[in-house]
Design a protein. Structure first.
Length: 103
């Protein structure tokens, strides 16, 4: 997960009002996804990191991964995820596409 953490640190050098664009770069998501997939491959069944992966998936607009990670949360750290309102927003966004597919 070191590469994912490196991206978080790098994003701090981007002006805050432009940071949202940083997370939408395909290369950023590819690095983050690879980082977490590698971690979970080496640590099958681990319950660590799902909040972090969910947060990155949300920032990178990766709805399917966000849904998956939200399902895997064993505990919801609302503060880490931006507070209860931000978490609710995240959950709503994750479920939007799923609702559309059901129609």
């Amino acid at each position: 997960m070191i590469l994912a953490e490196a991206h978080e640190r790098l994003s701090k050098y981007v002006p805050e009002d432009q940071r949202v664009h940083y997370w939408k770069k395909p290369g950023v998501w590819n690095d983050i996804k690879e980082s977490f997939e590698s971690f979970y491959a080496k640590n099958p069944g681990s319950t660590n990191g799902h909040s972090t992966y969910a947060r990155y998936a949300y920032w990178c607009e990766q709805r399917e991964t966000l849904r998956e990670q939200l399902r895997l949360l064993t505990y919801t750290n609302y503060t880490y995820l931006g507070g209860t309102q931000e978490f609710s927003k995240m959950v709503r966004w994750a479920s939007e596409d799923a609702v559309d597919k059901e129609k």
